[in-house]
Ligand binder design. Sequence first.
Ligand code: COI
Length: 356
Amino acid sequence: MKETLSQPLKITKSTTTKINSVDFENINFGKLFTDHMFACHYVNGTWQQPEIVPYQPITLDPSARVFHYGQAVFEGLKAYKDSKGDTFLFRADENLKRINKSAERLAMPEFPEEYFNKGLSELLKLDNDWIKQGKGNSLYIRPFIIATEASLMASEANQYTFYIICSPAQSYYGGEVDVLISDYYSRSASGGIGYAKAAGNYAGQFYPTNLAKEKGYQQIIWTDSSSHKYVEEAGTMNIFFRINDTLLTAPTSERILDGITRKSIIALAEKEGYNIEVRDIEVTEIIEALKNGTLKEAFGAGTAAVVSVIKGIGYKDNKYSVPVLSDGFAQHFKQSLTNIQYNEAEDTFGWRTKVC
Ligand code: COI
């Protein structure tokens, strides 16, 4: 990217803090935000000098294109604190790469690496007290880009803003989940925007997910849109199955999000000598394995939840139980991953970056 910082990052500190009113033992995901946010505007074909400002509402013209044509992409990553009080990011470079890939697909400008790295680390230094020690505590970081230009023309905007907001987090889903395999609704289609972390991909999930909830499920296992024969993702996460001692996950594609937790689990599994297959997974294969008892585990993987254990799978009118193992693959990979994230294990992959 051509833009570079021409001066130290401009920081306007908040004169007050909300932190003293926060019950850090009882955090609801994504409801509460730190004292500052990062913002950078794109005008006249260039990202302007970014700044950190007190967390505040944003004012947009009602005709801003984000409201009408959904030009919005986002990311999710976390910062972690170790027992010494040092703060770390996990594979943040991958989040930048992915938001820029998402932006390209939605005809939005890429965001400069230097702005992202500097903005994020300064923001984490400033709001560092919001990151609590202890496994399970983290700061969920939400970078996003929206089309701010006022115009109802149905074409890409000429003005955007890139923001980063941060929210203290504990776990995302409470406990194990029941998921319904979709045989009608789709999350994405070939040639579409499924691989992008685009806001609309999530909006499109809410209605079918509500229908699944009415049937007693919390999430949907998305299948390919043309035949509904192949498993793709689970809810807002990638999905893994364990059949006997083989770990299975679907390959990423233009329809499937290239999850950072997913690829970290694959890398760990390969390094640790697990038998892992990244290949198309037929729904019938999973149902068969559920019926004959060879399906030993299933779990979703994503930044917010890390690993979300699946205890039941529904397909058409049948519901099958999935074993929940206290010492299974799901627990193992969650533990290995969080040990690296919280600086409790050696990071042979170079995934962890110390911020402060
Ligand atoms: C993630 O876990 O990576 C997500 O994107 C979840 C988010 C939609 C809350």
